[in-house]
Write a protein of this length. Structure first.
Length: 275
């Protein structure tokens, strides 16, 4: 069974945190459905004492970070008077002293926590804080993209709308294709593209006499052109320069035998490439 993509993202963020901060130990996890943090990923630890630890909001350093929705740190975990001490046994078993906790926040909601730690008493400087926050931001962006994908997929599974609402379908189709290019998880990306194909097939069209094979990026560009987007606007949504968009559009027009943008969009719809 493939490893959950969230675990891969978290592990990569912890490795980045250790590399950019110089902290020898990093660990973290995401909040569960019950609103508690479960520490699932460890990096640089000497024992499994922290794995599976469940942290409640307000408890310990991580719980404080969750409650305040901001980074928190202590110079010596077990002697700090600024946190509660429900998790001292696990922290002590790993021999940790100075600990930094950075929340993963998506749309103002804490979704997880990344910790960095050392086995000595010390204070963390701004450079360490900033690097840790950047590592957390990687997880935030990945979660935000997956949230948006799931919302789009759920919306796309709704019954096909009446003809007068097809412009909304076409805009959703173009946004889904743009999101697909940002998904590292192959299974989720394939599901997303399959939904795009269903939307394209539902637009109604007689079909061309011969099949037309367009490159994925050519379809991406045409999908935005079909919504009325300019080359610059399409490029902004796809992460491409306007000149690159123009090149893909010109190539698609040639393959479709079209002389204008509108002709290309109409031909792509007839070919079942666009809704």
């Amino acid at each position: 069974m493939p490893e959950p993509v969230e675990a891969v993202d978290m592990r990569a963020a912890l490795l980045r945190m250790r590399r950019t901060t110089g902290l020898p130990v990093a660990f973290g996890g995401l909040l569960t459905g019950g609103g508690q943090l479960r520490i699932a990923e460890l990096s640089g630890t000497a024992t499994p004492a922290l794995r599976g630890l469940t942290v409640s909001a307000g408890n310990g350093l991580g719980g404080k970070s969750i409650a305040l929705s901001r980074p928190c740190a202590v110079t010596d975990y077990r002697s700090s008077v600024h946190i509660s001490h429900e998790y001292d046994t696990a922290v002590g078993a790993e021999g940790l002293h100075a600990v930094l906790a950075v929340p993963v926040v998506v749309r103002r909601q804490v979704r997880g926590v990344l910790y960095g730690a050392v086995r000595e008493r010390m204070s963390f400087g701004d450079r360490t804080y900033n690097a840790a926050v950047e590592a957390a931001r990687d997880v935030e962006q990945s979660l935000a993209v997956r949230d948006e994908v799931q919302q789009r997929l759920a919306a796309a599974r709704e019954p096909v709308p009446e003809p007068g609402a097809w412009e909304q379908v076409r805009e959703a189709h173009s946004e889904l294709r743009a999101l697909a290019t940002r998904i590292a998880d192959r299974e989720l990306r394939d599901e997303l593209l399959a939904v795009c194909a269903r939307l394209a097939g539902g637009g109604g069209g007689a079909g061309l006499e011969r099949p037309v094979a367009l490159a994925p990026r050519e379809v991406d560009v045409l999908a935005w052109v079909a919504t009325g987007a300019t080359n610059a606007a399409a490029g902004a949504r796809l992460g491409l320069k306007p000149e690159t968009v123009k090149g893909y559009l010109r190539s698609a027009m040639r393959k479709l035998g079209a002389h204008t943008r509108l002709e290309a969009v109409v031909a792509a719809r007839r070919a079942g490439l666009l809704p």
